[in-house]
Ligand binder design. Structure first.
Ligand code: NAD
Length: 468
């Protein structure tokens, strides 16, 4: 297996130490990643600070570089897919789609307008509002979509004129390291630095004096620590955190149509998506039929090593996450719920869990109230739509939510009362680089993607000229 270096100041750099990387399909250590020292982190931030001076002034060069970076990722999708599958677990086709999609994200942003408004122009004054870059960004990503989520940060941050030090999760460092090395050919040195290390490296980044912005994607618990650390010197923060997205099925929906879609949008990436469907609210009249329609999909889904042809669901990414899903399922079953399919982790090797559909759970069960982030979906009965909306809104989370109905307008009306960043109708998980993505409540602070996400990597400057 190729050993990847960190990218600091355009050079590939070995760590002063190293840490193990495990293949979740086998549970075996198969590679090592560099462990960034304090001096190397300083060097990465210093190179980003130096590169910022030239990078911020040439928008045309930034657009061209982002296009080149996007083209490169798209061209390398098949080559990088096995690297991603080995460390993350997802099937090869999904891994290639993630790499390709990350390239697409870069290219989409390359052409995005940077707002520049003239808010007054009269005999007395001309007043413009411009967006200036912030400087160096510290970017920290989780293990479920390491490359896609990195590009959600790289694309707008670099377009706006910032430079970056990026740290992937210690569970999935390799694809991001590989991409750091690749992009060194198309980005000026120091514009994008990639470092790797265990969790304390993230804390050192958020406390570091150089970055002016922290862009973080990960769990709620870590997000709160990041916000507290950034507050010390008033770094700007964007936090994309956990979700517990409800899907409300209205009484007129067709279970045969809705069931397979709900399965797809709950179990993609083995349920390890912040804005996957995590709980389904269903009326009595549809309950049994919908449970069966979703369960049929779960029974059909082939579970296994993501490199094997035909596998739909890979392993969970890591042992703690597999154990957490298994505990939430066991807790629900112990409290009287039923596993219509699945119900337990698969004996090792590898971190597999049976695709599990839970009936008979309700609010107050941990698997309904908390984020499971894995292949287990509770289906919860409701008596009235008003009550379903109240229960859907009744957690600290507010990332996404969806409403499903044969009557699109009625579904839209119900979806409008969901308290979350994205309210979908008859779909879930539909994302686009031009569409903002963010969460209410504990699901996050700020927004990524589209012009709204770009704004998050800028400071507003007013330029006011009085006319003499
Ligand atoms: P995590 O919070 O454990 O780790 C995320 C990143 O933070 C990793 O790179 C980790 O090394 C780093 N980190 C750990 N401690 C840190 C600290 N004190 N300071 C700074 N960085 C630190 O999250 P995870 O388990 O890797 O990811 C799963 C979570 O991410 C789920 O809750 C999921 O919902 C969430 N997520 C959210 C989004 C979104 O866009 N809202 C997208 C994907 C995942």
């Amino acid at each position: 297996m190729t050993q990847y270096g960190m990218t600091i100041g355009g050079e590939s750099v070995k760590g002063e130490g190293a840490f193990d990387v495990v293949n979740p399909a086998t549970g075996q250590v198969y590679a090592q990643a560099p462990d960034c020292s304090a001096e190397q982190l300083d060097a990465a931030f210093e190179s980003a600070r130096t590169a910022y001076r030239g990078w911020k002034d040439d928008l045309a060069a930034r657009r061209a570089a982002l296009h080149a970076a996007g083209d490169l990722l798209m061209a390398k999708a098949q080559e990088l897919a096995p690297v991603l599958t080995a460390e993350q677990g997802k099937p090869l086709g999904e891994a290639a789609a993630e790499v390709f999609g990350a390239g697409y994200w870069l290219k989409h942003h390359a052409d995005m307008a940077i707002p520049h408004d003239v808010i007054r122009d009269d005999a007395a004054a001309r007043v413009e509002v411009v967006r200036r870059p912030m400087g160096v960004v510290a970017a920290i990503t989780p293990w479920n979509f390491p490359l896609m989520l990195a590009c959600w940060k790289i694309a707008p941050a670099l377009l706006a004129g910032n430079t970056m030090v990026l740290k992937p999760s210690p569970y999935t460092p390799l694809t991001t390291l590989a991409v750091g090395e690749l992009l060194a050919d198309v980005l000026p040195s120091g514009v994008l630095n990639v470092v790797s290390g265990r969790d304390p490296l993230g804390a050192r980044m958020t406390a570091h004096p150089v970055p002016r912005k922290v862009s973080f994607t990960g769990s709620v618990a870590t997000g709160k620590r990041v916000a507290a650390s950034a507050a010390d010197d008033l770094k700007r923060v964007t936090l994309e955190l956990g979700g517990n997205d409800p899907a409300i099925v209205l009484p007129d929906a067709d279970p045969a149509v809705v069931g397979p879609k709900l399965f797809d949008q709950a179990f993609l990436n083995n349920g390890q998506i912040c804005s996957a469907v995590k709980r389904v609210y269903v009326p009595d009249n549809l309950h049994d039929e919908l449970v069966e329609a979703i369960a049929a999909c779960a029974r059909e889904a082939k579970v296994g090593d993501g490199t094997v042809e035909g596998v739909r669901l890979g392993p969970l990414n890591n042992a703690p996450q597999r154990d957490r899903v298994a505990e939430l399922v066991a807790d629900a079953l112990a409290r009287g719920a039923t596993a219509v399919t699945g119900g337990k982790a698969v004996d090792g090797p590898g971190y597999f869990h049976e695709p599990t559909i839970i009936a008979g759970a309700s609010d107050g069960f941990a698997i309904v109230d908390e984020e499971q982030f894995g292949p287990a979906l509770p289906i919860v009965r409701y008596a009235s739509v008003e009550e379903a909306v109240e229960r859907a809104n009744g957690t600290h989370f507010g990332l996404g939510g969806s409403v499903w109905s044969a009557d699109e307008d009625r579904a839209y009306e119900v979806a409008s009362s969901l308290e979350c960043g994205t309210a979908w109708v008859n779909t879930h998980l539909a994302l686009h680089p031009g569409q903002p993505f963010g969460g209410f409540g504990w699901s996050g602070v700020g927004t990524e993607n589209g012009p709204w996400g770009l704004e998050g990597f800028t400071e507003v400057q007013v330029r006011h000229r009085a006319k003499l």
